[in-house]
Design a binder for this molecule. Structure first.
Ligand SMILES: [Fe+2]
Length: 355
């Protein structure tokens, strides 16, 4: 959360130096490897995750619709393969493709999620097979492709189309995780226990980001999508920004203070949403013997006070921010802070992960 700069900062705050304005982000997927190798690794990683999410449940769960908000998992799997068939095999590879006849069936724009279970979808074994044979064809295209930055084909230069499809598959991993979260039944996914806290927090609550321009977006990151291009200079007034996400513990204070019952903290649309959805707490939270408890991927567990709050929508995050006397950061404020690199300032790539 953020707030406009006070004349004097709070005692638990610190300031970071301003970034200069004349830099151009030089963010590459991985400057030390050939683009084809980077692409192959990214596609491999994405597929491992996809198959882990698919293989975790029996076939009847793959074809079931766990929520009208979501597709059956088997739709995601075949859609991932179909997009790869379309963009890598046919568009970039100029090959006939494996199943062009499936394009309309797996076109997300043609069929709302709620309608997808009634479509004549590939069954789980057919979808797995389709994904596997498309991937083999992808490797053949990649082996022949000129993926150097100088390639005359914009789909192949810097392995763009391969990166695009790896990112597309990663995005569907997020979608499939949402489906898993909405699925009823015993847990099938498990994550390692997060590391224990190492001691008292050393970060100040927030930092002051001085006013000034920064370079937003990119013109050079090879796999950046068009909505991140081109890079452009944005002048941002000074602001304070929290150094850590809002925790479950902090969010509980908003709940206990009656935040969900007080329209003062909500936008008009947000208040309507809270009432219509009968929200009293983040989705998947409930009280058990006086303790906040949650269902996460089928696991019933106490809400951990130190973890970042999850499963709140923008309306809830905005209301909580207003209750604390703050506000949510704008996209420009967030990106300016996220791009700051104390070692290589003013800054290179977004430090928010590779995708
Ligand atoms: Fe998609």
């Amino acid at each position: 959360m953020t707030q406009h700069p006070p004349t004097t900062g709070p005692s638990d705050s610190s300031s970071v130096p301003p970034s200069t304005t004349d830099s151009t982000p030089d963010d590459t997927a991985d400057a030390t490897q050939h683009p084809s190798a980077v692409a192959r690794n990214a596609l491999d990683e994405a597929r491992q995750r996809t198959l882990a999410l698919v293989d975790a449940v029996p076939d009847e769960d793959l074809v079931a619709q766990h929520s009208r908000l979501m597709s059956p998992l088997v739709w995601d799997l075949a859609h991932i393969a179909n997009q790869e068939d379309l963009w890598i095999v046919r568009q970039a590879g100029h090959r006939p493709g494996l199943r062009p006849d499936l394009d309309p069936l797996y076109d997300a724009f043609q069929h709302p999620r709620a309608d997808r279970p009634s479509l004549p979808l590939l069954c789980p074994s057919e979808a797995r097979q389709y994904a596997a044979v498309v991937r083999e064809e992808t490797w053949a295209v990649l082996a022949e492709a000129d993926t150097t930055p100088a390639s005359p084909d914009p789909l192949l230069a810097d392995a763009f189309v391969f990166g695009m499809l790896a990112q597309h598959e990663q995005q569907h991993a997020e979608t499939m995780l949402a489906t898993h979260q909405l699925r009823k039944g015993p847990p099938v996914l498990a994550a390692p226990t997060p590391p224990a806290a190492t001691g008292p927090h050393r970060l100040p609550r927030d930092v002051y980001i001085p006013p000034g321009a920064f370079v937003m977006g990119t013109s050079t990151a090879p796999w950046a999508l068009d909505n991140e291009r081109p890079h452009h200079t944005v002048d941002v007034p000074g602001y304070w920004l929290d150094t850590t996400p809002v925790t479950n513990g902090a969010y509980q204070e908003f709940i206990e203070a009656g935040g969900y019952q007080d329209p003062r903290w909500w936008t008009r649309e947000g208040w309507q949403h809270v009432q219509k959805a009968k929200l009293q707490a983040p989705l998947f939270w409930f009280r058990d013997a006086g303790q906040w408890t949650r269902r996460r991927f089928g696991h019933i567990e106490p809400v951990s006070a130190n973890e970042p709050v999850m499963h709140v929508c923008w309306y809830e995050a905005n209301a909580d921010a207003r209750w604390t006397g703050r506000r949510l950061p704008t996209e420009q404020e967030w990106e300016k802070a996220a791009r700051y690199d104390p070692e290589h300032r003013p800054l290179t790539a977004l430090s928010l992960g590779r995708y």
